[in-house]
Structure formats: structure tokens, C-alpha cells
Ligand binder design. Sequence first.
Ligand code: BG6
Length: 303
Amino acid sequence: TVNINDNGTVDAKLPSGESVTVHLFGATVISWKLANGAEQLFVSSKAILDGSKAIRGGIPVVFPVFGPPPPNHATSSLPQHGFARSSNWEFLGKSSSESLGNKADTTVKLDFGLSSSMITEEFRKAWPYEFGLVYSVTLSPDNLETSLQVQNKGSESFDFHVLLHNYFKVPDVSKIAVTNLQDKVYIDKVDNKKEKNETNKEISITGETDRVYLDVDPTAPVAVIENGQPLFTITRKELNTVTVWNPWAENAKKMSDFGDEEYKGMVCVEPGAVKSWSVLEGGDAWEVEDEGLPTPPLLEAEN
Ligand code: BG6
């Protein structure tokens, strides 16, 4: 079932019990629950949901610039992480599928759209391109898949970044690790943007962490593990950068929409294409995918 709610959210529930909720502000996925009701995404208790600020948590969509925009670029006048996460999207509809009449295998896909004519005057002035975004959120019993299509509807080419800012909920950040980034070069944003080489097989989070891993083979899944077991497996198409972020204690206190202690229960693992600009010529389209797959053994343990 799919409901469009008065508070600007769309939710869907599978016959097998899993559910997803998407806020039209930013097309931000704000909840993803397994059949046993276990929430998979972190949303701050202080998150602002009235459209006055990007939602702190869930899966904000970052477009057309990741991070603070660089000077002397077409995105220079935009806010950090662009406008997609702070614009009102429209719900384009749902489609569902049932494999071989087996209700337990039903999946539901929700489509959302954003185009140049829908963004604020201010954003349009800052980034005056004709574009269309279609964002699809597909819920299946053991998986949430998000995919974004970018269309250039004008005649002039434009540069863009794309990133899906997954905030995963974890039981205890000091006990988890991020794997499959060994030997990758990363930009350490907490150390003057130095380029470093990742030597660890398992990256633990022990303090403020803000790293952009480069040239990560999209076919090799990055995982968040606990006690050697995957909590989330993130598979991707096209997205070859992975940002790992946790603000830790001091920065958590500085963020008005983030609880002081909440950094202990989250980690952001953000697939993106942000190393260099993607360029879309007039009339062209581009598509990416991101999947967060919790792995059955641990889920059984949680039941
Ligand atoms: C991460 C960035 O993706 O997002 C961090 O790498 C940033 O540098 C974080 O602090 C949160 O950004 P914002 O704009 O939502 O506070």
C-alpha cells in the first residue's frame, strides 16, 4: 500500500511488512523499516521537517554540487550540497511488482520528480539551467534501492555532482567498521584536505571523520560491519566516490539540528560522483544507483 499524507510524506508498506517513508521536501527518504519494525536510517530527533532547512538524516539527495561550491564555477552561488535536498519535489507515482504471484516477493517503486520550473527563484538565479531529475526509491523485502536520473533539458551543457547522503542507524558507532575501501586514496577533510592512502581493511570511527574515498570500483560493495557481520552492504552503479562522515562530539554540539549524543548512533556512507564534474550536454540524460542491503544473519540476531 502507498499513502500520500497531509504532512508532505509518501509512504509505502510491503505485504511482508517492510516500509519506507519519503518526505517531498528534498525527496528525502526519512524512514526505512524492516518487517520486524527495525529502523535502518538515522534521522536526528532535532531534524527540521517544515521545509526551512534540509532534513538532518535519512537519505538527502545532493545535486548539483557536493560540499561548499568552489569559487568561479557555475555552482558558486549555491548553498553547500546544492538545492535538491531543499526543494519541494513532486510524487510521480508508484509501480509494484510481484514475482510469480508470490506476495512475499512484492516490491514497490516510488518515483519523484524535480525540474527547473519547480525550484525557488533564488535557486534558479544561482543555477539557471533547464534540468529534470527523476528519483526512484524501490523497496523490496531485504533491500532499499535508490536511483537518480539527471536530464539536461536545455541546449547548454552543465556540470554537476551527485551524491546520496545515506545516514545509517547503527547500534554503537564505536563498534562498527566500514570495509572494502582498503588501498583507496581519500581526501581527508578533517586534515586540510590531504590526500591519503587507506591502509586499513576495517575502518573504525574513533573521532571526527570526513573522508572522500576516490576511484572506488562501483561493482565492489562497501559494507558497514559489526563483529565481522555486515549491517549494511552498499552496492552502486556509476557512483565511484564514497564519503564517510561522522561529526563526533564537538561538531555535533555545533549543529542546531543534531542531538549532542546522536553521533554515537549513526554513520554516513555516501556513494557519489564527486571527484570531478560530470558534464551533461543539452538533451542528454545520466543515471546512477545506490542500494543499501542489510544482511540476513545479523537481522535474525536482532529479532
Ligand atoms: C558530508 C560532508 O557529506 O556532509 C561533510 O562530507 C558535511 O563535510 C556533512 O559536514 C553534512 O553537511 P550538511 O550541509 O548537511 O551539514
